[in-house]
Design a protein around this ligand. Structure first.
Ligand code: ASP
Length: 605
């Protein structure tokens, strides 16, 4: 109400309730900016008109809660405030009621400068009163509602799944909840509703979704939360394309709710192609792809440069960086994190001086323009021989090392020179500002060097590619070999990526028990282990499971992007710190001896 008064309300009697945002005392006249969720209105207390109300107003302080009763009046032309929507009117108070006082808060919602984040999180209720936070939480509501409305209209049911459950296989550590009734046993908080949503398909709810909390006990990187919200969905009988269509539909609706008109379908790219063009499985399409410039050099020059002629020579082009100083050029080397035998050639000028023909060819091939920075990444000639892989695995490990090193450098350079190339700035054109992409056909397995075994790249319920079933059959006999045919098995898995951020992952699932068993075998699980961990699910698979597939997207991240917020903590009402602490209610805490006794838990000293 405080933010909704307009000139057309002039003359009407209203009651405004809210917080004292700011008070200016000019003696006979006191101005108060009264604030509620909708905004602020200027409230005027005039000693000559209402002495009693004016006297009370003198006692008000920041963040007191009041009811102001009075008449809306048009402001004089010279006092109109163009910067707020209510700037043409004010409320002339006849009566005022003090609803509550406030201690002096550690910071004020109206403060222009932000206080430190710890204080903000400790006094989150004050922090949430700030305009920016009110906007973020409203954005969250609108985005979630648009998604719910869209999916409901498409025939999806929102169905809840348990929080107190068994371990789910998303690859993180579980949060555990001890059972009092059965001492020594634990529930796990779900890392995702994966198995339940698949069981819902077996149960005949052929279109499921849920905006749902997931819990993962991971070492928290800067922008992760131990509990976060997913838009989780699953459907029966879909091709991958059908899942993508649904996701494109609800994302379009969510973005439209915030006035951003994005276009679908999103472009699609094979995992291998993403690696070859961008060196990463979540390419930021706003930046130019790599160019392989190996053929710009004659073999003898590659030899002089100690470059491995059997591997790609990647030109990383960063547009609009301008001339680099000697020091800036020297700074590139430490930014380069070499994987395998990859090396960086950061001084393109030197290459141009020595090999002018090659440099000219590179400039042509990369469409280099004035001010573009070119850096080359190539394999060292000294690096050992390559190992051959099955023919249809397009990227070999030795190539991957070069692509991945170049991919990281490409992003680091783009970040470092963001102010110069301005590619990351919003243009107002959604087609340029939001570069969506589907990355598909991921490898099914990843080799874990530490554990010396194959892990599921997505999760173990992901279906392998139809054409790669023979490789899976062959591979289960060599599950401890990094060269196993398992390395070439592709999954029917897909990620949706926006501007270099992974928004979500999903897959077509395995619906046949025999294939599921093979996958567990490939992951080095014995029948017994598989039964203990997922027995209930394997059994369910045997009762007429329809083919099915789905996906989950991070709601927090989508809201963060749409609200233009800097971190996930800005769009989660009550987030945790990087040490997984809730500073407001001070969780986690020790519990009483009695609670521990009831649970049968003792701690080793
Ligand atoms: N459960 C998966 C995840 O949380 C998503 C999916 O496969 O649907 O990443």
């Amino acid at each position: 109400m405080c933010g909704t008064l307009r000139p057309s309300d002039a003359g009407s009697a209203v009651v405004l309730m809210g917080w004292v945002n700011r008070r200016r005392d000019l003696g006979n006249i006191i101005f108060i900016d009264l604030r509620d969720r909708t905004g602020v209105t200027q409230v005027v207390f005039n000693r000559e008109i209402q002495a009693a109300a004016h006297h009370k107003a003198g006692l008000l302080r920041n963040e007191y809660v009041i009811a102001a009763i009075g008449k809306v009046k048009l402001r004089d032309a010279d006092t109109v405030n163009k910067s707020i929507p209510t700037g043409e009117v004010e409320l002339v108070v006849e009566e005022i009621r003090l609803l509550n006082e406030s201690k002096l808060p550690p910071f004020l919602p109206s403060d222009a400068a932000l206080t430190n984040e710890e204080t903000r999180l400790k006094y989150r209720y004050i922090d949430l009163r700030r305009d920016a936070m009110q906007f973020n939480i409203e954005t969250r509501h609108k985005v979630a509602k648009a998604i719910r409305d869209y999916l409901s209209a498409q025939g999806f049911f929102e169905i809840e799944t348990p929080f107190m459950t068994r371990s789910t296989p998303e690859g993180a550590r579980d949060y555990l909840v001890p059972s009092r009734v059965q001492p020594g046993t634990f529930y796990a908080l779900p890392q995702s509703p994966q198995l339940f949503k698949q069981i819902l398909m077996i149960s005949g709810f052929d279109k499921y979704f849920q905006i749902v909390r997931c819990f993962r006990d991971e070492d928290l990187r800067a922008d992760r939360q131990p509990e976060f919200t997913q838009i989780d969905l699953e459907m029966s009988y879909p091709q991958a394309e059908r899942v993508w269509e649904v996701v494109e539909g609800f994302l379009t609706a969510a973005f439209a709710a915030m006035g951003e008109m994005i276009a679908a379908p999103f472009p699609r790219m094979d995992y291998d192609e993403a690696i070859r063009l961008y060196g990463i499985d979540k390419p930021d399409l706003r930046l130019p792809p790599f160019t392989d410039v190996r053929d710009c050099f004659p073999p003898e020059h590659l030899e002089e440069l100690a470059v491995n002629a059997n591997l790609p020579v990647i030109a990383v082009r960063t547009p609009g960086v301008g001339e680099l100083s000697r020091k800036e050029r020297d700074d590139i080397k430490p930014m380069f994190h070499a994987k395998g035998g990859a090396r960086v050639y950061e001084d393109f000028k030197r290459i141009s001086n020595k090999y002018p023909d090659a440099a000219a060819a590179i400039a042509r091939k990369t469409a280099m323009e004035d001010g573009d920075l070119i850096v080359l990444v190539a394999g060292s000639a000294q690096a050992g021989p390559q190992t051959a892989l099955p023919a249809h695995r397009k990227v070999t490990p030795a190539e991957l090392a070069i692509y991945a090193s170049a991919g990281l450098l490409r992003l680091a350079l783009a970040q470092k020179y963001a102010d110069r190339h301005r590619i990351f700035r919003k243009t107002g054109d959604p087609a340029k500002d939001y570069r969506f992409l589907w990355v598909t056909n991921f490898p099914m397995f990843e080799w874990d060097e530490g554990e010396k075994r194959w892990m599921a790249a997505h999760h173990p319920f992901t279906s392998p590619h139809e054409q790669d079933m023979t490789l899976l059959e062959q591979g289960v006999d060599s599950v401890t070999d990094p060269q196993s045919p398992l390395s070439a098995v592709r999954a029917l898995a897909y990620d949706v990526v926006l501007n270099g951020t992974e928004l979500g992952s999903g897959s077509i699932r395995i619906h046949r028990q025999d294939i599921q068993r093979k996958i567990f075998q490939a992951l080095g699980m014995t029948e017994e282990e598989a039964k203990t961990r997922f027995g209930f699910f394997l059994e369910a698979l045997e009762y007429g499971t329809p083919p099915h597939g789905g996906i989950a997207l991070g709601l927090d991240r989508i809201v963060m992007i749409l609200a233009g917020a800097e971190s996930l903590r800005e769009v989660i009402p009550f987030p945790k710190t990087a040490r997984a602490v809730d500073l407001m209610c001070d969780a986690p805490t020790p519990v009483s001896e009695r609670q521990l006794r009831e649970l049968g838990i003792t701690f080793k000293k």
